[in-house]
Design a binder for this molecule. Structure first.
Ligand code: ASP
Length: 324
């Protein structure tokens, strides 16, 4: 029988609706008590690590989850399931993907409807996540996100809807697997990437979104000693309005690494355009183009790389996501 560690961290999956219809956290986590449905086919070890709405989860909390998993792996656990609020689930999942050795299955799940709402998806997703974590075929796949009968990679999945249970999608590439009648089946394999076993997380890594007519105001506000790195969600294939450029250059002059992704939902950032503020100029200025990641994932990647002490060409290599 497989030993599966369930780490509960909070979110809607552990919340309930009160008599006014408001969704609220409670001291007692209803999902953590749900172990009887699994009796017989896995040995479930439950750890209520913390109980936070996911907007309260910080990189330091993500590291706490990572360290718990590292300890469990050393003790011989077969797989891990993490329940988490959906708002920042993709960031925690990707943080773990970048910082764990990625051998045993590690599966993150959550819910869009709280535990006592009609059609609650929490218990179902939790059960599916355990099925995925207990399957040998789920090994060596990186951290996975399981919701609504689909298996996504932590690297590319994103929350796309405020309330719909089918909120988690993988734009451009699609889910890597499905769960039907309790059996996970995979259709794609991720390209392996470098991971970093970090022991602390740095602050001062920021994310800005470009817009038509943007100027340097936000960039100038970041020109200080607290800023360690910046991710910009650029326009289209990866371009910026010209009025931002002098301020972007001032940040680069301070040796602040800047990563460029696209604010588009689909596609990858590329240096295609050769006009003022186009991707070609931005690459020549020294911005790192990070292909396929959304802004919040690129920020986690930059934060992990900086926390590992990477700089220069090592950081550039670490930020690379595709092979061409
Ligand atoms: N606001 C909630 C959270 O992220 C949403 C959810 O869990 O679905 O904690």
């Amino acid at each position: 029988m497989k030993n599966i560690l369930a780490i509960h961290t909070g979110g809607t999956i552990s919340m309930s609706q009160n008599d006014k219809g408001e969704v609220v956290p409670s001291a007692h986590n209803p999902i953590a008590a749900q172990t009887t449905i699994l009796a017989g086919w896995v040995q479930l070890i439950t750890d209520e690590l913390f109980n936070l709405p996911s907007p309260h989860v910080t990189p330091a909390r993500m590291l706490e989850i990572q360290q718990r998993i590292v300890r469990a792996e050393a003790a011989g656990i077969d797989g891990v399931v993490i329940t988490h609020g959906t708002d920042t689930l993709e960031e925690t999942a990707y943080f773990l993907d970048l910082t764990l050795p990625n051998t045993i299955p590690v599966v993150v799940t959550g819910a869009m409807r709280s535990s006592n709402q009609v059609g609650s998806d929490g218990l179902y997703n939790f059960h599916s996540a355990i099925e995925v974590a207990a399957a040998d075929v789920s090994r060596d796949k990186g951290v996975l996100v399981v919701m609504n009968d689909e298996i996504h990679t932590a690297r590319y999945v994103t929350k796309t809807h405020t309330t719909n249970v089918a909120t988690f999608r993988t734009p451009t590439f699609g889910p890597i697997g499905l769960i039907a009648h309790g059996t996970p089946t995979y259709f794609q394999q991720l390209i392996q990437q470098t991971t970093c076993d970090i022991d602390h997380v740095v602050d001062g890594v920021y994310l800005l979104k470009a817009y038509a007519g943007m100027d340097g105001t936000f960039f100038d506000a970041l020109a200080n000693d607290r800023t360690r790195g910046l991710v910009i969600e650029g326009l289209g294939a990866g371009n910026l309005p010209p009025r931002t450029l002098p301020s972007v250059q001032r940040l680069l002059d301070r040796q602040i690494p800047i990563v460029l992704v696209s604010r588009c939902y689909n596609g990858v950032a590329e240096d295609i355009y050769d006009y003022q503020g186009g991707g070609i100029e931005l690459r020549k200025m020294g911005l790192h183009l990070c292909q396929g990641l959304n802004g919040q994932k690129a920020r986690i990647k930059l934060l992990v790389g900086l926390s590992a002490g990477l700089q220069g060409p090592q950081l550039t290599d670490f930020l690379r996501t595709a092979v061409s």
